[in-house]
Design a binder for this molecule. Structure first.
Ligand SMILES: *[C@@H]1O[C@H](CO)[C@@H](O)[C@H](O)[C@H]1NC(C)=O
Ligand SMILES: *[C@@H]1O[C@H](CO)[C@@H](O)[C@H](O)[C@H]1NC(C)=O
Length: 271
């Protein structure tokens, strides 16, 4: 009889111990395993960017336009690294673009047909850059891979960013910066209606893009009210109308702070 009671007791203890073990397993081991597997798969699958096709257009017969959104809960550091790598490949290898990209959440890419991840050209912008010097919607970066240049992809992207800002229906200006010697970029911006309104000697931090002799910077600004046809802002000269008075005002601002005698590498673009 006594032996039976002892047996029952140790059986009960045994069951309790097993139950306890199972509970611990459920509470600790399973979630840990799920977390580990999830982290591992995220490391191996860094494409946590959401792609939205903007329209059904095929651009220049080879490209589709997507809006990109970083899925911020997952692994934004990894995404910014990928985007930074793209900018280093297409713009300037030595720059730490990751520092700026989180402030530029509006992203559009032109990609190979049916391959949204195969970025060929990109624009990064924002409606409000966190800096008192940049109170207007701002284009942070625009870049086209060298093998995809000469198709005017930059103007497709910039036109689309301008349309995106116009849709909000509450902004008047869009701003951006360019290297003073980057005539290719300035020609594009000018075609879209941007005018220089500030010159900054050595405005780009060292090291600046070595294809330019200096790091002088200009700021350019688009007055959205000058846009007459928003579907071809950057490709049809008639889509933009700027009064002579406004041009003169901008020209004066652009010359302020520019040392006299400085070379004028991009003189013809404003004619
Ligand atoms: C950056 O470096 C890579 C690898 O060294 C090179 O293939 C690429 O052309 C460089 N890009 C620029 C813009 O200099
Ligand atoms: C704007 O430009 C597009 C494309 O060139 C053209 O089809 C359209 O007729 C233009 N709209 C106006 C109001 O001029």
């Amino acid at each position: 009889m006594v032996g039976d009671e002892n047996n029952n007791k140790s059986n009960r203890q045994y069951i309790v111990a097993i139950l306890f073990g199972v509970i611990i397993f459920l509470i600790i081991i399973i979630p840990t395993t799920i977390l580990l597997v999830k982290n591992l798969s995220e490391k191996n699958n860094p494409t946590h960017i959401h792609y939205t096709r903007v329209n059904k257009n095929i651009y220049r017969e080879h490209y589709e336009l997507y809006q990109l959104n970083i899925l911020s809960k997952r692994n934004p550091g990894q995404q910014y690294k990928l985007l930074g790598d793209f900018l280093r490949r297409s713009l300037f290898n030595a720059s730490n673009y990751e520092r700026y990209l989180p402030n530029c959440p509006i992203m559009f890419s032109l990609t190979s047909i049916d391959h949204p991840e195969d970025w060929r050209a990109m624009i990064f912008g924002t409606l409000k850059y966190p800096s008192p010097q940049l109170p207007h919607p701002y284009v942070c970066f625009i870049s086209v891979l060298s093998e995809d240049r000469q198709h005017r992809l930059g103007s497709v992207l910039l036109n689309h960013f301008i349309n995106h800002v116009m849709k909000a229906n509450k902004y008047v200006y869009i701003q951006l910066h360019a290297n003073y010697e980057n005539c290719r970029a300035q020609r594009l911006y000018h075609a879209c209606g941007f005018l220089c309104n500030e010159f900054k000697l050595n405005g780009y931090p060292e090291p600046h893009d070595p294809q330019y002799k200096f790091g002088h910077m200009i700021r350019m600004e688009l007055n959205i009210q000058n846009i007459k046809n928003k579907t071809d802002v950057c490709s049809n000269p008639k889509a933009i109308e700027i009064s002579q008075q406004e041009k003169d005002k901008y020209e004066k601002l652009c010359q302020t702070n520019k040392p006299t005698g400085l070379l004028q590498p991009c003189q013809n673009i404003t004619s």
